[in-house]
Design a protein around this ligand. Structure first.
Ligand SMILES: NC(=O)c1ccc[n+]([C@@H]2O[C@H](COP(=O)([O-])OP(=O)(O)OC[C@H]3O[C@@H](n4cnc5c(N)ncnc54)[C@H](OP(=O)(O)O)[C@@H]3O)[C@@H](O)[C@H]2O)c1
Length: 430
């Protein structure tokens, strides 16, 4: 096998190992590592829990005594700073590793590339970019969080062929198949928090927890928080999300919720976040800022259609998962997965790039990302092409002018109207 093929084979192994950390390592990235010498795998490891040893440590430990002259494969640049654990670069150098193959640099601008430079300065050959796209996709949540301080927002809906999420009478159980619902629970397991509107709680009284068998859950997986958007604290105290594991529930209100209801909610054991208003409801940019500050790296928005539309209108959705069920519900008043005002003309509709199509029995799971290039062209105020405006200003700074809350266009840019902020380097991979 030539070196390029070998690099891909062992990097794939590292990526598969890394993925075993899904739902367990937040706010850290998923990382896998493999130590190889003469085509033989001597050690493997993956990051298993935030605050625990990094993948490289497990792999080097397993290969102990044989690491001199070996190659280390790791899907993310090894850390070179003290976080909650000592720097991996030092251990790699001490182990006598002669070559390190990395899929992607650490995206944290405060550390990006420094780990690789330290390895090279110590005579280690460094190769980067092997299976980079897969590696970026695997850690898309971490990449967004570490560079913006905001969570990665996924939106999930189970819809009929005609785009309905319930019948005109409000019946919503079940749109998709049992197997699709199990996949939906896997998405919840990977999220730090599930987000719904208060109407969904009032109408459906859902539990919003992960219901998978113990082996499907895996070791170390935890239940996501449940965030209920509820400007005036209308949620019934009898709701299941309040009666069952209230410590997992946050009622997110606007700036002036009724004091007696807040007191009742707190007495029931749920948390209450009081956030500013925007267009008369809970401000979603403020919600993302608060969630980021609480180290929630991945949000899963589960509707209903009013909340979905609000996230889309503000360009806050990073990925969409649609479970499409072979049913036609019909009815002009039956809710669709995107309600709200909508755009006036088709030319104003946001564009989305398909990133996955999976058949689940007779259901389909469709995955989409915002189409950035098209949006960049649309959004370029000066016509100077993607990237910057004529005066060199980063274009994202212009987004509020283009779409700042007037609902003009469902556009796929991120963080519209929100602030951007960088995390401290020490928050990376600690
Ligand atoms: N098939 C599926 O996948 C699925 C999933 C979920 C729900 N559903 C269905 O969806 C239906 C409920 O949808 P819905 O559209 O009526 O209600 P919804 O989206 O669940 O909740 C909307 C409510 O959330 C509150 N809210 C607070 N902040 C908000 C913000 N920034 N933007 C938007 N809303 C905000 C608002 O009430 P306040 O103004 O009082 O705060 C608003 O009326 C139910 O029939 C349910 O069965 C289906």
């Amino acid at each position: 096998m030539d070196m390029e093929n070998a690099d891909q084979k062992f990097m794939r192994m590292a990526l598969d190992l890394a993925a075993r950390g899904r739902g367990r390592v937040s706010p850290n990235p998923m990382v896998g590592a493999v130590v190889v010498k003469d085509g033989r795998v001597l050690g493997k490891g993956f990051h298993q829990a935030a605050g625990g040893p990094h993948a490289e440590v497990y792999a080097l430990e397993e290969a102990k005594g044989e690491t001199a002259g070996a190659t280390l494969y790791v899907n993310l640049e090894p850390c070179c700073h003290f976080g909650r654990t000592p720097p991996c670069t030092k251990r790699i150098i001490a182990a006598g590793i002669s070559r390190v193959v990395v899929a992607v640099q650490d995206p944290n601008p405060k550390v990006g590339g420094a780990g690789l430079r330290e390895l090279e300065d110590n005579g280690i050959t460094v190769t980067t970019g092997v299976l980079a796209e897969e590696a970026r996709r695997l850690n898309e949540v971490f990449f967004k969080y570490i560079t913006t301080g905001r969570p990665f927002v996924s939106l999930k809906a189970a819809i009929s062929l005609d785009g309905k999420i319930a019948t005109r009478t409000g019946d919503a159980r079940w749109i998709s198949s049992a197997e699709s619902r199990r996949r939906g629970h896997e998405l919840r397991r990977a999220a730090d928090a599930v987000v719904v509107g208060v109407q969904t709680v009032i109408k459906d009284d859902p539990l919003l927890n992960v219901r998978l068998s113990a082996p499907q859950m895996g070791d170390g997986a935890r239940q996501p928080l449940r965030l209920v958007l509820d400007t005036r604290a209308r949620i019934p105290l009898t709701a299941k999300v309040i009666r069952e594991n209230p410590e997992q529930t946050v009622v997110v209100t606007g700036s002036d919720p009724p004091a007696h209801k807040v007191a009742e909610l707190k007495a029931a054991g749920v948390r209450v976040w009081t956030l500013p208003l925007r267009k008369g409801r809970v401000s979603l940019p403020a919600l993302l800022a608060k969630a980021g500050a609480e180290k929630l790296t991945a949000l899963l928005v589960e509707g209903g259609g009013t909340v979905n539309a609000a996230f889309l209108e503000e360009n806050l959705v990073d990925k969409v998962y649609l479970f499409l069920a072979p049913k036609i519900i019909g009815g002009a008043t039956a809710p669709t997965w995107v309600e709200g005002k909508g755009v006036d003309r088709v030319a104003m509709a946001g564009l989305w790039r398909n990133a996955g199509l999976t058949k689940i029995g007779d259901d389909l799971l469709l995955e989409y990302y915002p189409e950035k290039e098209e949006a960049d062209v649309y959004r370029d105020c000066t016509g100077t092409g993607p990237g910057t405006t004529g005066d060199g200003t980063e274009r994202r700074a212009l987004l509020p002018d283009r779409c700042g809350g007037n609902g003009e266009r469902f556009s796929p840019g991120r963080e519209c109207g929100g602030e951007r902020g960088l995390l401290d380097g020490n928050q990376n991979r600690g």
